[in-house]
Design a protein around this ligand. Sequence first.
Ligand SMILES: N[C@@H](CCC(=O)N[C@@H](CS)C(=O)NCC(=O)O)C(=O)O
Length: 370
Amino acid sequence: MKTRYTVYKSDISYFSGKLEAYLRYKGIVYKAVECGQREMKKIAQTTGVKKMPAVEMDNGQWLFDTTPMLEWFEQQHPEPCTTPDDPALAFLALLIEDYGDEWLWRPAMWWRWVPRASRWAVGYAIGKAFAPTLLARPLGWVFGRRQQREWLWGDGVNLANEASVRDMLFREFEFLERLLARQPFLLGSHPSAADFGYFASMFRHFGNDPDSAEVMRRQAPNTYEWLARLWNASADKLPKAIEWQWPETPEWQPFLQRIAADYLPYLHQNALAFQRGQKRFDFTGHSLAFQGTKTTNYRVYCRERLQQQYLQLTTADRDKLEQLFKSVGGLGGLQADGVIVSGLAESFILPREAKSGRSSFKWIRSQPRN
Ligand SMILES: N[C@@H](CCC(=O)N[C@@H](CS)C(=O)NCC(=O)O)C(=O)O
């Protein structure tokens, strides 16, 4: 008998959009449950963290965190395959997935919680999901303030760099527009982990929230079209043969540079701060700097995973990737100071037995850091 999945999600949640797009493309049948206070409590008690999406299986086991989840689903439901057959390209897809998950989160927070129309609309939607209608507006207001504090003003964003954080979206549009004008998905004819990683911010935040969605419709119609294409993709609508593309065209260069010279140095500096027991650190990258940004244990784990995946590649595949990144500064940031252990790896082994316990997070006041 087929496993039945219940997906606890929210229609305004970054990572829920990513997971659902993946499940839809794979043709994996699931029951969707919109999260409210009760569901979040249930997730926290079984997975240990108050984060959605989470998946409950009919055998009582649970899946959580979209990156290991996608890996797990890929093993259980291999067709249609979302992993490029070239191992170097498969690694790049995972690197892009991680960049989309973590690096685009900050501009997604800016575009959702700073412009007033978006802040009010999404705040109200969250308030309504978690409180009686009368309290929806005040709760939305509190939630918006919490997100601004947690991810922007209390996390290295200030008047001097705010415009650069806002403009991170435009840098992504410059890349995506040129690429998606030519091909249907980021790495070729079919979706890969790279598409799902990008989809998180693009679908449930930028393409959804009133302010950024209008900007996207005006400035990035190819990206807007790709959102619908991926959301409605299925293997039978696409060509039988998959054609993966090695990223050689010019628009890739600034994008690869953001990974090599901003994101990987950020992961490295975050891991060093974690190792030294610092709660905050001053991040300096090629195009952005964040003073007093919060050290994030989870992102030490993200780096650790990527390092392990990279080390599993053959020397020839690693050389191929080094060549790709050579003109934009190389992949040194990934390996610098070796593997710094997050201590979290074991808790992300899936599936997870349901356990009953208390989550240590006070939900409204603080958020688990991705
Ligand atoms: N790394 C996790 C991140 C999940 C996450 O951050 N989820 C957000 C919603 S998109 C959440 O549940 N936040 C809870 C809160 O804001 O209190 C994943 O990939 O699933």
